[in-house]
Design a protein around this ligand. Structure first.
Ligand SMILES: *[C@@H]1O[C@H](CO)[C@@H](O)[C@H](O)[C@H]1NC(C)=O
Ligand SMILES: *[C@@H]1O[C@H](CO)[C@@H](O)[C@H](O)[C@H]1NC(C)=O
Ligand SMILES: *[C@@H]1O[C@H](CO)[C@@H](O)[C@H](O)[C@H]1NC(C)=O
Ligand SMILES: *[C@@H]1O[C@H](CO)[C@@H](O)[C@H](O)[C@H]1NC(C)=O
Ligand SMILES: [Cu+2]
Length: 668
């Protein structure tokens, strides 16, 4: 008993230790950014450098094992491009006409996946499907969206400037952008007038967004700066009101805003979050002894190339330059028939939206872990006269990715459970984006409690903001043709004399016919379950087999629908969307999201109102957080999490983990 109840605790603690380690080691303390050392600012570094997209498998027993793309050859049609393949793409492009005199900057190069039906029909041992690369290149103010066929060495698809926006910035763009303000004497003067040494300045590239025609036609970055004098946590020392808009292509200052004179730069005292900086001040807490977790018989998962096999699950796992981690072909073995059954073709975080900044993604590393918890338990109690106490340990496989997006860290976990459930969990940590203020204390604040945020420390306001992340979940429940069902709970009034009751609940199933039927906003007093079912496949007793999406904590965007950021982040207008499968519709904020106007977003696709009943459909889930900062978020935020589940609903004939053996003492 003792062992089962402490395991979840150990697990949590282990995770938080990991986070502390992770967040403590990654922020720049030099003026010039070195992206090999500080990828937090260098979001797209791994795009072209295959060396950095190694799959790291962390286990208790083996430490780190690297599957190196230098020597790897693809084994599966969905395997990412290898280093040799990326080099071949480079060779093909360098003799491609638009690029013969000048090689473009490569924003993305990733596998152009074969058609879904071909992939599902492919079996291990079959010849590999033709390999193609999807490339976004940028040259002379033009965006090229290309598909390169590696077999024929041909560019087989070429689209120029398909949308208003630009590709997401690459490392070189960001590195050069943060240097541009230093060319402007006004900038240097403003810094020095504020009593800051130029050598103590660290600047960050912030996405410009899209706020109207003035900003069209050129790639812009808004550069904001901090002082790192006396701290590694420069985020807590903003140089307020100094915002330099730069043109990344012309490398010139476009707009110079300098309004923060007189606003002091917050003191560096207490901003360092490293243990070594705590000066042995007492913790005032009972000490926690070191813990270790072990699996005496070794790990239970197998990694075969990019296929992961664990308990009753099998799936393909790969890194992706934009999504981070992509889970493909997730299949669960049926506990009765022993057959592998399809659940999801592809799942990945599709877009991130943080109103007041912009979206972009990076990824760091991923970890699998086996952990502990209760899957189901039951104690038969006195009135049945039975003495039965049975419990099964809950073991989950966690696929983790950690992404740094500027000041924030996003940790995304895909937890696979033996009962067929997939839990998708998002954890936020990192540094607040803070605003400098004159005020040292709330007493001095004219508008008191009405500030744009919370005074989190002297001279620092933690500004209110939201975080949204949307997941692309291409469900294929026992096949590609699925339907989305709103299982609506409705209050019924009992008719007089019918019952001593006045009201009861009734379930009403509404199958979504078109995309607009599946634009779902959550309502506590008008509840529903949301099922993705295969109407062509029935259980023994006749229910369509399915999975339901089970929401956890969530937040909706309250911005005006016509607010420019909201037009671009319109995927947050609903918590659930269902679209007709279209391989081009992957990025909820648009393919070329940088400064995009929002003409290529999930909201636009969904408005086409295509048929979705008994069709190949994609489920989208928006997870949101409102963040009203508080003092505890200073100088670094304790992590905050939320999740949702994909849970079998009439998918298995009965409890699929009934036959799982209980743990015995000798196992532990
Ligand atoms: C960047 O950091 C890497 C790894 O620490 C180092 O090898 C490289 O020389 C550095 N580059 C520059 C330009 O400082
Ligand atoms: C601004 O300061 C930087 C760093 O000292 C220096 O390299 C640069 O030349 C200065 N710019 C101008 C316009 O003086
Ligand atoms: C905050 O704003 C509300 C609404 O505008 C106003 O009634 C209130 O007086 C303000 N409070 C302070 C302390 O300024
Ligand atoms: C697929 O998506 C692209 C991009 O949204 C769109 O241009 C195309 O018309 C779509 N095709 C279908 C059949 O909906
Ligand atoms: Cu936040």
């Amino acid at each position: 008993m003792g062992a089962t109840s402490t395991l979840p605790f150990l697990f949590l603690l282990f995770l938080s230790l990991l986070l502390i380690f992770f967040t403590a080691s990654r922020y720049p303390s030099q003026l010039s950014l070195n992206c090999s050392q500080y990828p937090s600012w260098c979001i797209s570094k791994h795009r072209i450098q295959a060396k950095e997209t190694t799959l790291v498998v962390e286990t208790q027993q083996e430490g780190h094992r690297h599957l190196d793309h230098l020597t790897e050859t693809p084994q599966h049609p969905l395997d990412p491009l290898t280093l040799q393949e990326i080099n071949k793409v480079r060779t093909i492009l360098s003799s491609y006409l638009p690029f013969t005199s000048s090689f473009p900057s490569i924003n993305t190069v990733s596998l152009h996946e074969p058609d879904k039906s071909l992939v599902w029909n492919w079996n291990k041992g079959d010849p590999l499907l033709p390999r193609q690369a999807f490339v976004i290149a940028y040259l002379d103010h033009k965006s090229y969206v290309l598909v390169v066929d590696l077999g024929s060495s041909q560019v087989v698809s070429h689209v120029l400037n398909p949308y208003s926006g630009f590709p997401i910035l690459i490392t070189e763009d960001m590195e050069s952008a943060v240097k541009i303000p230093f060319k402007d004497a006004r900038f240097n003067k403003s810094i020095m007038d504020r009593g800051v040494k130029l050598s103590d300045v660290i600047c960050g590239p912030l996405a410009a967004g899209w706020y109207g025609p003035n900003e069209e036609g050129r790639r812009l970055v808004k550069v904001e700066c901090f002082s790192n004098q006396g701290t590694v946590n420069f985020y807590m020392r903003p140089i307020e009101g100094l915002i330099v808009t730069v043109d990344v292509d012309k490398k010139e200052v476009v707009h110079f805003v300098d309004i923060g004179h007189g606003i002091p730069i917050a003191d560096s005292t207490n901003t360092d979050y490293r243990y070594s900086a705590q000066n042995n001040n007492p913790l005032n807490m009972n000490p926690i002894n070191p813990i270790s977790m072990e699996q005496p018989k070794g790990q239970s998962f197998k990694v075969d190339g990019h296929m992961v096999k664990w308990a009753n699950w099998e799936f393909h796992l790969k890194p992706h330059p934009r999504a981070g981690v992509v889970i493909s072909q997730a299949m669960v073995r049926d506990s009765e028939s022993g057959k592998l059954r399809r659940v999801m073709y592809r799942g990945f975080p599709s877009e991130l939206f943080v109103p007041y900044m912009d979206s972009s993604e990076g990824w760091y590393f991923k970890t699998y872990m086996d952990a502990g918890d209760i899957a189901w338990r039951h104690s038969e109690s006195s009135f049945s006269n039975m003495e039965i106490r049975e419990a099964r340990p809950k073991i989950t496989l966690v696929v983790r990715m950690a992404a740094s997006v500027g000041n924030y860290d996003y940790i995304i976990d895909w937890e696979f459970q033996m009962d067929g459930l997939i839990r998708v969990k998002v954890t936020l940590s990192g540094m607040l984006m803070v605003k400098g203020t004159h005020n040292q204390n709330l007493d001095q604040a004219q508008d008191g409690q009405n500030m744009s945020g919370t005074l989190v420390s002297e001279n620092l306001i933690g500004v209110v903001h939201d975080h949204f992340i949307i997941f692309h979940l291409d469900m294929d429940i026992d096949g590609s043709d699925n339907s989305f069902v709103n299982v609506h709970l409705k209050k019924q009034e009992a008719s007089p004399g019918e019952s001593p009751r006045k009201s009861y609940l009734k379930v009403q199933r509404e199958v979504a016919k078109t995309e607009k039927d599946a634009q779902i906003k959550f309502k506590l007093y008008d509840p529903s379950e949301y099922h993705v079912v295969n109407p062509n496949k029935k259980s023994r007793v006749g229910n369509p087999v399915g999975y339901k999406v089970v929401p956890g904590g969530n937040a909706a965007s309250l911005l005006d629908l016509h607010d420019p950021p909201q037009i671009r982040g319109a995927f947050t207008n609903n918590q659930i969307w269902v679209t007709s499968y279209n391989r081009s519709e992957e990025w909820a904020g648009g393919l070329l999201v940088y400064q995009g106007k929002g003409e290529d977003t999930l909201a636009v696709w969904s408005e086409r109102d295509r048929q979705i009943e008994n069709k190949d459909i994609v489920l989208w889930y928006t997870l949101g957080f409102h963040h009203i900062p508080c003092q505890e978020d200073f100088p670094i935020m304790p992590s905050v999490s939320s999740s949702f589940d994909l849970k079998p609903v009439n998918f298995f004939e009965s409890n699929p983990i009934l036959r799982v053996a209980p743990n015995v003492q000798e196992d532990l």
